[in-house]
Write a protein that binds this ligand. Structure first.
Ligand SMILES: [Zn+2]
Length: 592
């Protein structure tokens, strides 16, 4: 049965490049799960986009003396390049600065308002008489009045995670250097207290398959602290206008609107593909499974606040937007990852303590990076990128176990059977051959069920274990000896090993799509395993924006090899490169 699978990945802010911690935190795990479901023949939409709005972007624009639009477009272009080069196969990677996203976000706001979940309230906000404007959140920093941490934003303290009331901030200072005064302003709030029981139930219903770390940061927090009302608008002119008369000067808060991108992006994708109702497969089918790939700092927004927005909108969003009386589908899982550190220290862009995705790809192959980022994925606890470990995992596992296995069997077969799969009668296979093929075949279920449960590290480790089994089989059958005494026996061994490798190629493909495709082509297949990524320029009332797209190929390919005896294949070449240990010190010298 074809399942509708939404792969929703955290929207990166357009104020910094993407580093390895971001990749392993959200983009890569999302891509692996999306590729797996596509191979299974499921109906997948993998979406995200650049978070173009908010003060991180306007602050940088102010600092550089350019427009927020120029800032977001610059980073967005870098993201598109990175995702293509490392194979993060978004069906649509768009931006929040589109007419479509504006409209969908405003409709969510209106649905919440009509359902009585919003109220307006006056409060005090920092104001710059010099610039004649309010200075929201990140524009003003000071000391947290709850925990005493320095550098707290006026609306939130990252040290203790509390939402702050701007007027209570201690020693407030404007980032722009402007003098500050408090002035009264008015904002819309979402009444989360009213939605709290629904959100708590939503999480309890999913407790059997959600990670402990995620439940702790969502349900645990709600049970201990409750859900408090939160402002969803603010005084800023770069963003989505509040769709209420007299409120056009204010914008929807980014925390509120960026998550709506998980809904607006599939809607935009459907429009691009001229299949305007396609998004409903992921958003109104109650059986659709939505997976949200994010870092641990984003858990509360995705596991508590986003479901609150969806449940608060109720049937009203579909009424307003599509004239249908039905609710939106709620998230199935939020498999948030912990953080990846670098050489024992927290990754920091400003201190250049980072491995940047685009930069690393100028020196290393995408699958080498993907492999290390997967074996080291911070699924349950923080992990550490260590250059010595990178070289060791690449050389001892990727090259020595899997890459050499494929290369030596293909080379040996190509040489001794004139570029053909040995023409063996499958009925003549020996017990050891059949035993190996049965073990590899079982891998589709074992690796598949781990990927189904988003246990990505365990899934890759199981795939590597299967490669080890093929190596053991070859060591014991020793075809390089067999061929000297009985070529028919050697043919059975090589045929069996090639079939196992052909199956393993599919099992490894979600993790290692580039080498998978290469091996697939070497084995003589004409249709690729995966579709193509490309950049498209789109236009709407706000102007033009570029988007990363993926054109899939249908069919169910997550199944054991059907390699035909006697079929021709192509001359092989190594799948991976062994890395010299000298890179360890070279790379460490680049840091800091
Ligand atoms: Zn604090």
């Amino acid at each position: 049965m074809t399942e509708n699978i939404l792969i929703a990945i955290a929207w990166p802010y357009a104020n910094a490049e993407i580093h390895v911690g971001n990749l392993t935190g959200s983009h890569l795990p999302g891509d692996i799960i999306a590729r797996y479901h596509r191979l299974k023949g499921n109906n997948v939409a993998m979406v995200s986009g650049t978070d173009a709005h908010g003060t991180p972007v306007t602050l940088r624009a102010d600092a550089e003396g350019i427009s927020p639009e120029e800032v977001y477009k610059r980073y967005h272009a870098g993201f598109l390049e990175l995702f293509q080069k490392i194979g993060i196969s978004y069906d649509l990677f768009t931006t929040t600065h589109t007419q479509n996203h504006f409209k969908v976000s405003q409709n969510i706001f209106l649905a919440l308002k009509e359902n009585g979940h919003l109220y307006a309230k006056k409060s005090m906000q920092w104001y710059s008489p010099q610039a004649k404007r309010f200075l929201p959140d990140r524009y003003v920093e000071g000391t947290c009045y709850i925990c005493g941490a320095e550098g707290a934003r006026s609306d939130q303290c990252d040290a203790c995670g509390n939402v702050l009331e701007p007027e209570k901030l201690l020693n407030p200072k404007a980032k722009t250097g402007d003098a500050l005064e408090l002035r009264e302003t008015e904002h819309f709030y979402i009444d989360l207290t009213k939605l709290e029981p629904d959100v708590a139930n939503f999480l309890r219903e999913r407790a059997d398959h959600m990670r402990e770390t995620v439940l702790g940061e969502s349900l645990g927090k709600i049970e201990s602290e409750g859900l408090l009302p939160r402002p969803i608008t603010r005084d800023l002119d770069w963003g989505i206008p509040v769709p209420v008369e007299g409120w056009g000067e204010k914008c929807l808060y980014v925390w509120f609107e960026a998550v709506i991108g998980y809904l607006s992006a599939p809607i935009e994708l459907s429009a691009i593909q001229s299949d305007p109702d396609a998004w409903k497969a992921w958003w109104t089918d109650p059986a659709a499974r939505q997976f949200y790939f994010i870092g641990k700092d984003n858990i509360f927004f995705h596991a508590a606040l986003w479901p609150a927005e969806l449940m608060g909108a109720g049937n009203q969003f579909m009424q307003l937007f599509a004239g249908e009386d039905k609710p939106l589908t709620l998230p199935y899982d939020v498999p948030a990852n912990q953080f990846m550190n670098l050489e024992g220290k927290k990754i920091s862009g400003s201190r250049n303590w980072a491995v940047w995705g685009r930069d690393a790809l100028t020196r290393y192959d995408p699958d080498a990076l993907r492999y290390y980022l997967t074996v080291n994925m911070p699924e349950t606890k923080d992990s550490d990128w260590d250059w010595e470990e990178f070289v060791a995992h690449n050389n001892n596992e990727l090259v020595a176990n899997w890459g050499n296995l494929a290369n030596r069997v293909l080379s040996f077969g190509y040489k001794h059977w004139d570029g053909q799969i040995p023409a063996v009668d499958p009925a003549s296979l020996r017990p050891a051959d059949l035993n190996l093929l049965a073990q590899i075949e079982a891998g589709f279920a074992s690796v598949g069920s781990l990927l189904d449960a988003v246990k990505i590290r365990a899934a890759l480790s199981e795939a590597m274990r299967l490669a080890t089994e093929v190596n053991k089989y070859l060591d014991s059958a020793a075809p390089w000896k067999e061929i000297k005494t009985d070529k028919d026996e050697a043919a059975k061994t090589i045929y069996t090993a090639l079939k196992a490798i052909d199956s393993l190629k599919v099992i490894f493909a979600p993790f290692l799509p580039f080498s998978g495709e290469k091996l697939h082509q070497t084995l003589g297949y004409e249709t690729p395993l995966f579709g193509k990524q490309f950049v498209e320029t789109l236009e709407d009332d706000l102007g033009t924006h570029t988007a990363l797209r993926y054109e899939g190929i249908g069919g169910m390919q997550w199944k054991p090899s059907e390699l035909k005896p006697g079929a021709a294949f192509n001359k092989p070449s190594p799948l991976f490169k062994k890395l010299d240990k000298s890179i360890i010190e070279e790379e460490r010298a680049r840091l800091g």
